[in-house]
Design a protein. Sequence first.
Lengths: 295, 282
Amino acid sequence: MSTIVAARPPPETRISPVFRFAMLLPGGLVTFFLILFALGLVVFLAFRGNDGSLLGVGLTAENFLTVATDPLYWTVTLRSLVIAGLVTLATVVTAYPVAYYLAFHAGRRRNLLLFLVTLPFWTSYLLRVFAWKIVLAYNGVLNSAFIETGLWSQPTLAFLNTPAAVVVTLAHAYAPFAILPIYVALDTIPKSLLEAASDLGARPFTSFRRVVLPNSMPGVLAAALVVFVPTVGDYVTPAMVGGPASTMIGTLIQSQFGKANDWPFGAALSVCVMLVILCVVLVARGADRRFGSRT
Amino acid sequence: MSARADTNSDGRWLGLYVLAYLVFLYLPVLLIPLFSFNNSIQAAFPLQGFTLEWYRTLYGNPALSGALANSLVIGVIAASGATLCGITVSYMDLYGRSPLAATISAIARLPILIPGVIVGISLLILVNLIGLGPSRVSIVLGHILVALPTTVVVMRSRFAAVPKTIREAALDLGASDWTTFRRVMLPLSAPAVLSAFMLSFLISFDEFIVVFFLAGTEPTLPLYIWSQLRFPRSLPTVMALGTVILTVSFIIAGAAEILRHRGLGAPAAIQPEAQQRRGERE
C-alpha cells in the first residue's frame, strides 16, 4: 500500500490565478455574503433601537438589558436548554446501541441498515412533526388505540400540548442525526485495540467501558452537538405539539420578526442563542480534547 | 469459546433493539399513508374503510399546484446553486492549497452550528437590505445556504476517494487545472454530483424553518401544508399530500444513496484497496 504513494514534488504549485479565482468565487460569495455578512447584520441590529425601520436606530445595549433583566426570557431560555438537553440525551443514548450494532455486528446488512436509519433524515421535517400531532391528539391515534383495546375508556388530553410531547417529537425528528457520527467513531476504532484488551484479560464489559466508550466519545460529542443545535432554536415543534406551556426561545425570536415586529430585539435574542451554542461548542471541544488525550 | 457465544448473544439482543428502534423511527411517519386511505376526517382507530377520496381532492386545487410548481422550480435552482458551490468549495479545499479555500470550506459547513430560525432571520434582514424582500429569489438563496453543508460533505468525500495519482498524472501530462478538473475529476465524481444535486433538491423541497421567513406571496409546498394545518377539515387532504411527498422523498433519497456509492465504489474504509485495483488497471 505504501509503495503506491511515491515521494515527488506536488504539481499544485502552478495553479493558475484565473482558475483559482473562478473556483473560489461561488463558494466565496455564498459564505462571505450569505453567512458571515448576514450574521454580522444580526449582531449589528441587536445593538440598535426599534423605530420600525429596517436597521433600527441609535446604538444601544437596551435589548440585551431587557433579555438579562426580564425573568420571562430566563424562564424560556432555561426551558429551551432543558428540552434540548433532554432531547440530546435521549437521542444519543438510544442511538448508541444502534451505532454499536452497525459497527460491530451488522455484517452484510450494514449498508442496508445504514440506509434505513438515515432515510428519515431526507423526509420532510414538517411531516414528521405532523405525524406526532395526529398520534398525540385528543381524538388521535394513541387515545383511540387505547380505547379500542380497552385500556381506558376516556380519551385523555394529557399527551398533546405538553413539554413532554415536544421532547418526544424532537427526539424522534432528530434521531437519525445522532447515529452516523457515533457509528463513524466506533467504526474507526482499530480492531487490534479490542483484541489487545481481550488478550490482556478484559471481560467484554470492561473492554467496552475502558476501550470502546472512551474512543467513541468524539463521535458521541459530535452527535450531541448536531442534535442540540437545531433543537434549541426550534419553533415548529413547540407550535405544533407543545402548547403555550412549552414556548421555546426559537418561538420568541420568530414572533419578534412576525407579530411582535421588534426586529432589533429578535436579533438580540438570536445573538444570545448563538452565544449559548458557542459555550456548548467550547465545552464539547474541551471534553473532546480530554477524551482525545486518553487514547 | 464462551466469549464468542457472549458476543453472539449480545449481537442478537442488539439486533432486536435495532429492530425496535427502526419501528419507532418509521411507525409515526407510516401512520400518514395509513390514515390517508381511511374514510374518516379524523385520524383515529378504528379504521373506517378504504377510500381514495382524499387523493381526489388533490386534483384541481390551484393553490396546491401553484405551491408545487414553486417548490419544484425553487428546488431545482437552489439544488443547482448548492451543488455548484459544493463542488467548487470542496475541490479547492482539497487541492487549492490556499488558506482562503480552507476558510471558505470551514464557513460553508458552519450552518450546521446555527439553528434554522437564526439562518432564517439573518437572511430576512439581508434580503430586505438589498431590496429583494421576501420572494422566490430569497428562498433560493436561503435554500442554497441550508443545503450547502450537505453538498460540501458529499463532494468532499468523493473527491478525496479519487486516487491522487490520477489527478497528478493528468497534470504531469500537461493538462491545465481547468482541463484536469473538467475532464478528469468531474467525470470521475459524476455520480456524487448527481447525488449531491438530488439531496439538496430534497432539502429545499422539504425545508420549512427557513422558508417561513423568506416567502413572499407565493408559498412553497411545506408552507401550503402549514397553512392547511389550521383547518381540521383539510387534515385528510394534508395526509394524502404528505403520502405523495414521502413517497417521492424515499425514492429520490434511495436513488441518491445508490449513486453516491457507484463508480469508484469506494467508501473511505476500503479506499486503499480500490486504489490498488485502479493502479493495476492503468
